[in-house]
Each structure stands twice: as structure tokens, then as C-alpha cells.
Design a protein around this ligand. Structure first.
Ligand SMILES: Nc1ncnc2c1ncn2[C@@H]1O[C@H](COP(=O)(O)OP(=O)(O)OP(=O)(O)O)[C@@H](O)[C@H]1O
Length: 737
């Protein structure tokens, strides 16, 4: 029997257009009033501390359990780097006031997603704090398992337990066989490992503290798209985990009720966090929808006609969204709680043999967190985070639930959409299939969860299972899915205003390029001072340094009052972006020039070094030849009085036949001669040698010319002369050096 069938829901990156949002608000003031104006005050923190006792294995009763013994805090719980501290004392963020809030919301509709890596850099630059922003590399979906206690009926029927909890996030499921046969059939025992396993004794507060939801909320505040969803067979405790026992929302809920589920507690935690961030201006909005028989119904504005809303693809955000979904501004915690209550009252609930209060639809409650923070650089950073709480309808074996008629139709739709979800999970968890086709479009549910499962979101899956042996097949199935989901990797990104992200990123580029520029200038100046470079390279460097120092050719970006940046209109922003881009380009070109100059210098240096080495080697060879050669080159005798060369005194001496005793005086004499030789004398010798060489060269050129002239008369003679000429060049190179 369906108690309430209401409508519509949402979720997606971009939602409808801003106009849609306004229209929705306009056509459903009653819902808005109902949701936002209850005036309920819930200040007390819900510290549920029901005393229970620890248990290792499920027995017939759940009473007396205290904490989930097998929860493992070492795996997924610490996946994310710790969040940066709260308020920094910066005052700019909250100054926008309410006039800034509405545009944010409208702008958020246009948001595009940007890479977390980029944001990390942008944020670290903008805050000037280095690399403390949370990094979000590709990561696995966080999967926890919650095992509910045996219910009264199961206890009455003496259903045995099928699960064991060895600890370390493990859960053991026994074989499907029963009785004596079961104990011998060890092959069918399966062990699964998850981030955390909550045993039946776990309290609602344990789920908040240890499931990883707190980190999800923190990341939502940071601008990520986050999702927490419960999956499991019917009656396994999904709704209980997310919202609490069914009677909680029947009348006026008691905020201090320990039964309150994860959503209520998350809201408290969210507001607590927001209150501590004085440096950021937050605007919260919420929507609540359900997917009932593949139709999306708005739970905050079901309308009498229960007209379903359309799920559309947004090219801009690259995701699905629900058109005209009603979104409520939530300035206070009460407003959020009112949204939860309203949606819970409007959702479709039915009863069947396995659950008196069975959800007949999938529900998605989304909290949009629009934040606006002024960075150290004065730029306002706007982000659009969101947290989806998804309560999936439970899979059911219609034979067991004894569904018929409308309930049967619901069950079929539920099972079908869960089957599609199963396909998607299984494809996404398989590395080979992951890049192939994922059948998101096969159901409304998977369309709207696509981003959470495979895209850029942060996801927490809470797999709810029954411990009773008669649910063995369903429990095993859920554990398998959860295990597969754990293999899915996502790469979370922050959703922020693309224009602001672009400006920040360009500013970062400019800064990096300026640093590079400075570095290059410093490097070049160093070379320039230590070794002045002549020639073409020298000129080029001079020109470049001149250009760099005077800023010639650079783009002048006007000084902008960064505090007023958000007030600039689209054209002005576009103009600013253009200027930054032009400046970037100019700096890039300048840096390229500098690189070229540096390359040239390095090449020149290398050539000079090589030449030096060559000359040194040659000098060494010459020295060796001088020492070892039997023929010591002739040296002219110089007059000791005039210091001038005495013509005809060149002697060729062969030291071999000279007695050893005679060598010393000869060497001494040579060295004396060398010392005595004046610079002018050496120059004259060189000049003579050069003159001789020039003469030889001239002759060599003159002869072929004459031969060329005569060759026209006598080809044979010309040929002979050519032969002779070929020997000429042999003399020249050596002599010229
Ligand atoms: N951890 C728990 N502790 C106590 N009671 C629980 C727990 N989990 C579930 N229950 C109870 O079990 C019953 C079924 O739970 P619930 O309605 O949450 O299941 P469900 O998975 O949402 O089922 P469906 O898919 O049919 O909606 C409820 O009466 C609920 O209060």
C-alpha cells in the first residue's frame, strides 16, 4: 500500500537555468514557506549515547552492543589530506551581504567544473600559504558497510546470523548452506574488506563519526560535488541510516532524538563548520526529489498534478540536471531541517511483507553550498559545492515481499533501475570497461548519479545489509556490489566560477613567468659581467637586455582594484582577461627570446672552449716536437748589443750527435735567445713568414690565371699546370697558421 506518492527530485551539476529557479520559486511559495518558515529552533547538539556493549558476532539479539568493533579507521577514512584551518581573520569575505548572494546562485548555475589540481595551485597562490590546500588525486570511492540488528520478526522466527566481524574493516559471510552441512562447507565462506564495517550495535552517531561523512561535508564546503548514498535490499536499514526510524517524522520531530539519521546530523555538522569560517560568506540552498517509477518528482513542490520534471543533459556542465527543480534558500539550520521534514512527508512509502515502511522511490536531497571568499590577493573566490544524500529504494525479491499490483510495479521499476546502477558500478570498477560505454542513460537514477559515481565527485557508499541467514543471497549480493564500487576511482574537482578561476590562473601564470623572467635576467647579467661577449651574440644580448630592462614591447595591464573585481561586468572581465592573456603572451615571447640568447651564449662558450682545447693540444704537440725532434728549428742569432737579428746566422742543429754535456749549453743558449728576443723581433719574423706565404699564395693564383689564358691555346699545357697546382694548396694552410 502506498501511503504517499509525491513528486519530483533533482540533482546534477548545473541544475536548470537561473530563470527556471526563479520560476520554480514563484510557482510554489507554499512549499517554500513550509520549508523555510517553520521557525523551529534546534540548537541542542544531538549527542546520542545509547549505551550498548561490544559484540563480535551477531547473535539473536542486538541489545547490549556499543561500538562497531570491526571498523577500520586506517583505510578510506584518511584518504583526504586534512583540511586547512578555519577563519584566517580576513575580513573581506563576509562583506558582500545579501545583495551578493543572489547573483552567486545565478552564477552557480553557469558553473563549470575545473580541475582540482588547477584549483590547488590557484588557491595556494591566492592564499599565499604554499601547498596546504587539500589535494585530490584520483581516489577510490569510500565504501562502508552497516549491518542492522535482527528485527523482532527475525528473532521470533529464530533466524540465524550469517555474518561475522573479524575486525580491520572485514566482514565474513558464511555459505548459504545451513545446519551441519554449513560448518563443513568452508569453501563457500567469503571475506570482504571495506573502509569501515559497522556492526549491528553501531549507533547513529557512530555513523556520523566514522563513516567518513564529515570529510564529505568538509569537501562540500570546499566546493566539491559530494554524494553519500545508501544501497541495499529492502528492509536493510537504508532509510534508518540516513534519516532515522520511520516514526521520527510522523509528528513534530524531536531534535534531540538519538534516532536521527545521518542527514540531520550532517546538517548540524555543516552549520557548525560554516559558523567557524568567519572569512567565508556562505549561501545554502536545498532541493529534495524522488525518482518514483522512473519519474522525477519534486518533494518540495509535488503539486496536485504530480507532474514529473524532465531530466536534461547540460552541455555546459557535461552532466544531467532536473529542469525546474524547486530550490529553497536555507539561511538557518531550521530551514534545512524543514526541507528534510517536508521531503520525508511527501516521499512515496509503502508496505510489504519485509518492511512496513518501505521506500517506493529513490530520494535525493541536495544541499548546495555557495561560498565566496576573499583571497590574500584581494580576488573573490566563488565556489559551488554540493552534498547529495541519496536513499535508494531497496532491491526486493517480489516472491519474498509478496508484492502485487502497484507495489509490484514499483518493485519492478526499483529493481530495474538498481540493475542499471549495478551495470554502471560493475563497468566503472573494471579498468577495461571503464573507458567504454557506461549505461547511465538507461535509468533516471544513473543519469543523476553519473557524476557521483564516475566523474568529479567525492562519494561515500553505505551498503546496508541484514545479518539474518534467510537474507543470505541478498546480503552477499550487496557485499559484492559494495566491493565492486570500492574499486571505482574518481577524480574530484572543485566547482568554481570559471571566470574567476581563469583570472586566478592567469595571474598565477603571470607570476610564474615573471619569476622565470627574473631568473633569466639574473643569469644573463651574470654572464654579461663576467665575460663580455663580442660579436653578433653580444649585440643580441645587449638588445634583449635592453628590451627586458626597459619593458619595451611588454603589455601594460591596468591596475585593478581587486576588491571590486566581482562588481565588474562581463565585458570588463573579458577585457581584463584579454589583457592578462596578452601580458602572458608577451612575457612568454620575452622569455623565449631570453632563452634563445642564453642558448647562443652557451653555444659560443662551447666553441671557444673547444678552440682553446684544440690550441692547447697543439701547443703541447709543438712542445713535444721541439723536445723530441732531432732537428731543432733554426733560430736566428741576435746581436747581444743591438738585439737585432744577424742575417745568415740561422743554423740547423741536430742534437743527436752532440754529446750529452753539450746539450745543456745549447738549451741554455736557446732559452737565452728566446728571452732576448724582443716582441718586435718576433713580430718581424712573423711578418716575414706571412709575407712569404702571401707571395706563395699570390703566385699560386697568378699561375692558374696565366694557365687559364694559355689553356685556350694549348689544352695539354693547361692540364699539366693543373696537375702542378693541385700540390700548391698543401703548402698554404700549414704556413698560414
Ligand atoms: N541499525 C538499525 N537499528 C535499529 N533498527 C533498524 C536499524 N536499521 C534498520 N532498522 C529498522 O528496520 C526497519 C527497516 O529499515 P529501513 O526502512 O530503514 O530499511 P530500508 O533499507 O530503507 O528499506 P526499503 O528499501 O524497503 O525502504 C525499520 O523499522 C528500521 O527502523
Amino acid at each position: 500500500m502506498v501511503r504517499r506518492a509525491s513528486s519530483v527530485p533533482h540533482l546534477s551539476n548545473s541544475g536548470g537555468s537561473s530563470a527556471d529557479s526563479v520560476t520554480a520559486r514563484g510557482r510554489a511559495p507554499a512549499a517554500a514557506g513550509a520549508a523555510a518558515g517553520r521557525g523551529r529552533r534546534t540548537t541542542g547538539g544531538n549527542k546520542a549515547t545509547t549505551p550498548t556493549e561490544p559484540r563480535r558476532q551477531i547473535s539473536g539479539s542486538s541489545s547490549g552492543s556499543r561500538m562497531p568493533r570491526s571498523r577500520s579507521l586506517t583505510n578510506g577514512m584518511r584518504r583526504f589530506s586534512p583540511q586547512k584551518g578555519g577563519g584566517s581573520g580576513s575580513s573581506g569575505g563576509g562583506t558582500g551581504g545579501s545583495s551578493r548572494n543572489t547573483p552567486y546562485f545565478l552564477r552557480s548555475r553557469e558553473n563549470e567544473i575545473g580541475s582540482a589540481d588547477t584549483l590547488e595551485v590557484v588557491a595556494s597562490k591566492s592564499t599565499g600559504t604554499g601547498s596546504e590546500e587539500p589535494s585530490t588525486p584520483e581516489d577510490n570511492i569510500n565504501v562502508v558497510v552497516r549491518v542492522r540488528p535482527l528485527n523482532d520478526k527475525e528473532k521470533r522466527d529464530r533466524h540465524g546470523a550469517t555474518l561475522q566481524f573479524p575486525g580491520n574493516g572485514q566482514v565474513i559471510i558464511e555459505g548459504s548452506d545451513t545446519g551441519a552441512k554449513r560448518s563443513h562447507n568452508r569453501d563457500s565462506v567469503r571475506v570482504f574488506t571495506y573502509n569501515v564495517v559497522f556492526e549491528p550495535g553501531a549507533t547513529q552517531e557512530d555513523i556520523l563519526d566514522y563513516s567518513g561523512i564529515k570529510r564529505i561535508i568538509e569537501m562540500g564546503i570546499e566546493g566539491f560535488s559530494c554524494t553519500a548514498f545508501c544501497y541495499g535490499q529492502t528492509g536493510s536499514g537504508k532509510t534508518h541510516t540516513l534519516t532515522g526510524p520511520p516514526d521520527l517524522f510522523m509528528g513534530k520531530p524531536n531534535p534531540k532524538d538519538p534516532g536521527h539519521g545521518l542527514i540531520f546530523r550532517s546538517f548540524l555538522y555543516l552549520f557548525q563548520l560554516i559558523k567557524n569560517r568567519k572569512d567565508v560568506n556562505y549561501v545554502l540552498k536545498a532541493s529534495f526529489m524522488e525518482i518514483y517509477n522512473e519519474r522525477v518528482i519534486d518533494l518540495l513542490n509535488p503539486g496536485s498534478a504530480r507532474k514529473p520534471l524532465a531530466v536534461r543533459w547540460s552541455k555546459k556542465s557535461g552532466g544531467f540536471f532536473v529542469e525546474n527543480l524547486f530550490t529553497v534558500d536555507c539561511e538557518e539550520l531550521d530551514d534545512l531541517l524543514a526541507v528534510l521534514e517536508e521531503g520525508m512527508r511527501n516521499r512515496a512509502v509503502g508496505s510489504h511483507a519485509m518492511n512496513d515502511h518501505s521506500s517506493r522511490s529513490h530520494t535525493i536531497l541536495t544541499v548546495h553550498i555557495l561560498s565566496d571568499q576573499q583571497t590574500d590577493g584581494g580576488v573573490f573566490l566563488s565556489k559551488h559545492g554540493k552534498i547529495n544524500f541519496v536513499d535508494l529504494a531497496g532491491s526486493e525479491l517480489t516472491k519474498k515481499t509478496m508484492s502485487e499490483g502497484k507495489t509490484l510495479e514499483e518493485a519492478n521499476n526499483i529493481n530495474k533501475s538498481l540493475m542499471v546502477l549495478g551495470y554502471c558500478i560493475s563497468s566503472l570498477s573494471d579498468n577495461k570497461k571503464r573507458s567504454g560505454h557506461i549505461p547511465y542513460r538507461d535509468s533516471q537514477l544513473t543519469k543523476l548519479l553519473a557524476d557521483s559515481l564516475a566523474g568529479n565527485g567525492v562519494t561515500l557508499m553505505i551498503a546496508c545489509v541484514s545479518p539474518a541467514h534467510y537474507n543470505h543471497a541478498e546480503t552477499l549480493n550487496t557485499l559484492r556490489y559494495a566491493s565492486r564500487a570500492k574499486r571505482i576511482r574518481t577524480k574530484p574537482v572543485i566547482m568554481m566560477d570559471p571566470r574567476e578561476a581563469l583570472i586566478l590562473s592567469l595571474k598565477r601564470d603571470v607570476h610564474a613567468l615573471q619569476m622565470e623572467n627574473e631568473h633569466l635576467k639574473a643569469a644573463l647579467n651574470l654572464h654579461h659581467q663576467s665575460a663580455p661577449i663580442d660579436g653578433l651574440a653580444g649585440n643580441l644580448i645587449e638588445q634583449q637586455l635592453e628590451r627586458v630592462n626597459t619593458g619595451d614591447g611588454g603589455i601594460a595591464v591596468p591596475k585593478v582594484d581587486l576588491e571590486r573585481l566581482p562588481e565588474l561586468d562581463g565585458t570588463e572581465l573579458a577585457e581584463l582577461v584579454k589583457l592578462y592573456m596578452a601580458e602572458n603572451e608577451s612575457l612568454r615571447q620575452e622569455n623565449n627570446h631570453l632563452f634563445t640568447v642564453r642558448e647562443t651564449i652557451l653555444r659560443d662558450q662551447e666553441i671557444v672552449c673547444r678552440e682553446n682545447e684544440r690550441l692547447l693540444k697543439k701547443l703541447e704537440e709543438v712542445n713535444n716536437v721541439c723536445v723530441r725532434s732531432p732537428l731543432i728549428p733554426a733560430r736566428p742569432a741576435f746581436s747581444p748589443t743591438t738585439g737585432k737579428e744577424t742575417p745568415g746566422t740561422e743554423i740547423w742543429t741536430n742534437p743527436e750527435p752532440i754529446l750529452a754535456a753539450a746539450i745543456l749549453p745549447l738549451e741554455q743558449r736557446m732559452s737565452e735567445n728566446a728571452d732576448k728576443r724582443t716582441h718586435t723581433a718576433q713580430r718581424r719574423i712573423d711578418e716575414q713568414r706571412i709575407a712569404r706565404n702571401i707571395l706563395l699564395m699570390a703566385n699560386a693564383f697568378r699561375k692558374p690565371q696565366a694557365q687559364l689564358e694559355s689553356s685556350t691555346k694549348d689544352p695539354t699545357e693547361a692540364h699539366n699546370n693543373n696537375e702542378h697546382n693541385e700540390t700548391q694548396p698543401d703548402l698554404m694552410p700549414d704556413m698560414l697558421t
